[in-house]
Design a protein around this ligand. Sequence first.
Ligand code: NI
Length: 169
Amino acid sequence: MAKLEILHYPDKRLRTVAEPIAAVDHSIRSLVDDMFETMYAAPGIGLAATQVNVHKRVIVMDLSAEKNEPQCFINPEITKSEGLEQTEEGCLSVPDIFETVERAERVVVKALDKDGKEITLEADGLLAVCIQHEMDHLLGNLFVDYLSPLKQMRVKKKIQKARRQAAII
Ligand code: NI
């Protein structure tokens, strides 16, 4: 296993649209392992392959307090979504920014698991939010895209300022 580098907004590579996976083989399982290691080390609750500059449709997450319930979705598709809810979100690719985003309250997601087996999952609450957030990454979208232009400008300024300070120290 290896920890991978996480791309940070506004890196243009985060805008790449991921390709579907033709076969869940050894290289994909190895990618999934590396993504879990990277996500746990960050630490974060979810990660999309796009964020580690691999443009394939793979997302991983673990919402458990003990970090012992890894969930992986390969070629995820939302087949049903209903309701609306607002949640404060953050993202490993947009450090230290937390903003409220509106998403579907419940989703049904169809995907392949790590063994290439088809799974269907009904999700609500944080799991539903996390699935939608990670699937957005696969399309090159970020949660900050949902903010008003004014708020997006503030986010960009805050990130640039933090980067300048980091460079001075
Ligand atoms: Ni994210």
